[in-house]
Design a protein around this ligand. Structure first.
Ligand code: DAH
Length: 359
């Protein structure tokens, strides 16, 4: 019996070493450890042994089983590696081939609209600025003339993070306005920037999602005035909605970071269940704006006796819905392939002023 075990181990180990591929190895596993396998056969023979024999042979047989299983596993690792190497050398990817249009994804309407906005403002001489989504109190509130205890803080439904070791609570920016502060601190006027990006508020229904998108605008120079703001917004909205003329209404409003502050409505028609910009007798509010409050300039160490300028802030999701006729904001964030296929844009049709913004 002991000789049988030794012979079988030599025999099977040699077979394993000679196995050329994973299929051959599997055959050896079945023929040795399987139900009708050779090792299994020897183990069945234990039934006929005396208790003493069994006590002696049992561990040896078991040892054989364990050894064979380990040798098979080791050989499998080697063969797996060889199979992978063979695949890596035989499969090649030709990066110079054109993409197959059928398999191409689409550009999300939000990305499209952000690109359109950047393109329009670039043609007006604006740069694109960025700031972090995770902001601190100073940039999101205090420097924007919203000190602690200011009622405007309550209106923002802010998402706060846990306080750090110094007791400072970071927050998810509630608007893109902190990018104004970062820009004014980092660079000397003249400043002409837009800052599109994600913003967050604890709010959720058909017209509000906890994450949404805004674009901020900021112009700072020595003689920038309200007339420039109006002309700039009119040029932007005409280009964005691809119409020859827009009628805007500036209503007095209040924002802590601008003085005076205004809300802007655009003339439109709601007839037939769709919104049409540039016609009709209805008004639709689309953005907030104003002349940068001197306290904000001072917080950024700019001298308000020398510099002045305007700012505006506008919801991007709303603009996208208006321009491309979607009616539920939540669908923007569902990642539904069918919706994206319908409302998405072709990846190679980047919006340009010369070539057309949307087609
Ligand atoms: N930050 C404001 C908001 O989220 C929008 C806004 C209003 C931005 C007026 C501005 C501005 O820059 O001048 O509601």
């Amino acid at each position: 019996m002991e000789q049988d075990i030794a012979n079988l181990e030599t025999e099977i180990t040699a077979e394993i070493a000679a196995a050329a591929d994973l299929a051959a190895l599997e055959g050896i596993r079945v023929s040795s450890l399987g139900k009708k396998g050779r090792v299994t056969g020897l183990m069945k023979g234990m039934g006929k042994m005396t208790p003493d024999e069994r006590r002696e042979m049992g561990p040896k047989l078991n040892g054989l089983k364990v050894t064979i299983a380990a040798v098979i596993a080791a050989r499998r690792d080697v063969l797996d590696g060889e199979a992978l190497n063979a695949r890596l050398t035989s499969e090649t990817l030709d990066m110079s081939l054109p993409p197959v249009p059928r398999a191409m994804g689409t550009v999300h309407p939000i990305s499209q609209v952000m690109d359109e906005i950047a393109e329009i403002f670039a043609s007006l001489g604006f740069d694109v600025a960025e700031g972090p989504d995770l902001e601190d109190d100073f940039h999101n509130f205090t420097a924007l003339n919203i000190p602690p205890e200011h009622p405007a803080r309550q209106m923002h439904d802010t998402f706060y993070l846990r306080p750090d070791a110094n007791g400072e609570r970071k927050l998810l920016r509630t608007h893109t306005s902190p990018v104004q502060i970062r820009t004014m601190i980092a660079q000397e006027p003249p400043i002409r920037i837009i800052a599109p990006g994600r913003t967050y508020r604890s709010d959720s229904d058909a017209t509000h999602t906890p994450m949404f998108h805004q674009v901020e605008g900021l112009v700072i120079d020595k003689s920038t005035h309200l007339g420039h703001l109006k002309g700039c917004l009119e040029a932007f909205l005409k280009a964005f909605f691809e119409v020859d003329a827009v009628t805007l209404r500036f209503r007095p409003s209040y924002f802590p970071f601008t003085e005076p502050s205004m809300e802007v409505d655009v003339k439109c028609s709601f007839k037939g269940g769709t919104v049409k910009i540039g016609e009709g007798d209805d008004w639709l509010e689309i953005l907030g704006c104003g002349m940068v409050n001197r306290k904000v300039l001072e917080a950024c160490e700019l001298d308000p006796e020398i510099y002045q300028g305007f700012a505006f802030g506008c919801g991007i999701d709303r603009l996208a819905m208006l321009k491309y006729g979607m009616n539920d904001l939540r669908a923007f964030f569902d990642a539904d392939g069918r919706w994206l296929k319908h409302y998405g844009f072709k990846a190679f049709d980047a919006p340009t002023i010369a070539g057309g913004l949307s087609r």
